[in-house]
Ligand binder design. Structure first.
Ligand code: URA
Length: 422
């Protein structure tokens, strides 16, 4: 086989065999295929797509390119989010699900670009250990039902190398490449029930609803081929989730939510994801699962589990005081909030130092944004639109106001959960 013949075959619109795809992936991993050749291959895939059989073959090859997590723990559920601005769902969801007797073993990443990573958020709790050994990870799940760590095992090394190349060669938005990248990692982490929160909108990986539906259906179909219960929720990311954007601020909002005092959209999303994660194990309907999820927020059990989890991983919750300078930005007119643009807010938080551009960048856990309005709210001239917590880098009022649109006509709140694909 020869990589050029394979690229040529793809270019002509012919289907590739699993052996041919494996030849390319293995060759790229062992260095016999160069970056420029792989990037030509990925560009063809981006332009011409892959059939379902080709996507499945690619997923399988990636899945088998490294370790598979074998935790030997029953009732193991997993959730994946494609990432969004203010998306602190994992911090609330994991202890909630664990408080309901279902195990969650999560490996998360640091943030890159305008969305924050769960590991960064948790590291704003002083002492929280985000690099656990496999044995400690497993022991903790057996003991309290929940653990979260940064990458621990060598899961799907092919994805790591290919994703880095996609990032710089313009093929991050290819639907079959995203599907195989996400599903190979989910399948390698060994959960029995996979729930994916696929964000759609300005602050998300996928902006168009049609594309998101296509991606959601593809991931669910792949999961089912492996005999895994797989559900994909399409959720709005045109405006940030909740009010807080920035690491420590998001942890504080998550705690409020665990105490039943969080933003409605975040609570609703957490309850929906929790019910989808737990219902197959408990043999109950989704609406019963929703009820017991609500119950464990209201009776404090989810918050208790959160405290237990943080303590087990060495975190000190008394460290959560936010330090910084405060700047408020006010509305210049009366009207309904029509837009709180997620991408612009994410970029603003990034500029304040809440995120990183390169892997090596150091972030500031304290800085960020607290929104005071959501789409559909009515504001009067002079009302606060948001508060900024900053250190040195200040953003201008004009920049902030560009994130918003205020309209004289009535605007309805945004629909959070757009679709559920099963
Ligand atoms: N997240 C992933 O893990 N992979 C992609 O390709 C896109 C988002």
């Amino acid at each position: 086989m020869n990589v050029l013949d394979i690229i040529d075959k793809k270019e002509k619109g012919e289907l590739l065999s699993k052996e041919e795809i494996k030849y390319v992936i293995d060759g790229y991993l062992d260095g016999s295929i160069e970056d420029y050749q792989m990037s030509a291959f990925l560009t063809e895939v981006d332009l011409l797509g892959l059939s379902f059989e080709e996507t499945l073959a690619l997923t399988d090859i990636m899945l088998n390119s490294g370790d598979k997590l074998s935790l030997d723990i029953e009732n193991l559920a997993d959730k994946h989010s494609t990432g969004g601005v203010g998306d602190k769902t994992t911090l609330v969801l994991l202890p909630l699900v664990a408080s309901l007797g279902i195990n969650v073993a999560k490996m998360s990443g640091r943030g890159l670009g305008h969305t924050g990573g769960t590991i960064d958020k948790l590291e704003s709790i002083r002492g929280f250990n985000t690099s656990m050994s496999f044995n400690d990870f497993k022991k903790q799940i057996k003991k309290i039902g929940v653990a979260l760590t940064g990458q621990m095992a060598n899961l799907v090394p092919a994805d790591k190398k290919i994703y880095a190349l996609r990032d710089v060669s313009g093929s991050v938005d290819s639907i079959p490449l995203i599907a195989s990248s996400i599903m190979s990692k989910k399948l390698a982490s060994g959960s029995d029930n996979i729930v994916i929160d696929l964000k759609v909108g300005s602050g998300a990986l996928v902006e168009s609803l049609d594309e998101a539906r296509r991606l959601g259906k593809l991931m669910v179909k792949i999961g089912k081929k492996y005999g895994k219960s797989t559900t994909c929720l399409l959720t709005n990311m045109d405006e940030p989730l909740g009010y807080a954007v920035g690491n420590k601020l998001e942890v504080i909002e998550s705690i409020d939510t665990l105490k039943g005092k969080g933003p409605d959209d975040l609570e609703k999303l957490v309850i929906e994801l929790s019910s989808l994660m737990i219902y197959p194990f408990k043999n109950i309907s989704i609406s019963e699962a929703r009820e017991i999820s609500y119950e464990n927020i209201k009776n404090g059990k989810a918050y208790q589990k959160f405290k237990e989890w943080v303590q087990m991983q060495g975190g000190d919750l008394s460290s959560l005081k936010v330090n910084g300078n405060v700047m408020e930005v006010h509305s210049k007119k009366d009207g309904y909030v029509k837009k709180v643009d997620a991408l612009s807010i994410g970029k603003l938080a990034h500029k304040l130092g809440a995120g990183r551009l390169k892997k090596e960048d150091v972030i500031n856990h304290d800085v960020g944004i607290v929104l005071k309005v959501k789409v559909g709210d009515y504001v009067k001239k002079g009302d606060v639109l948001l508060t900024i917590i900053y250190d040195k880098i200040k953003v201008t009022e004009e920049e902030v106001l560009e994130c918003f649109e205020i309209s004289v006509e009535k605007v309805l709140p945004q629909k959070l959960i757009i679709d559920i694909i099963k």
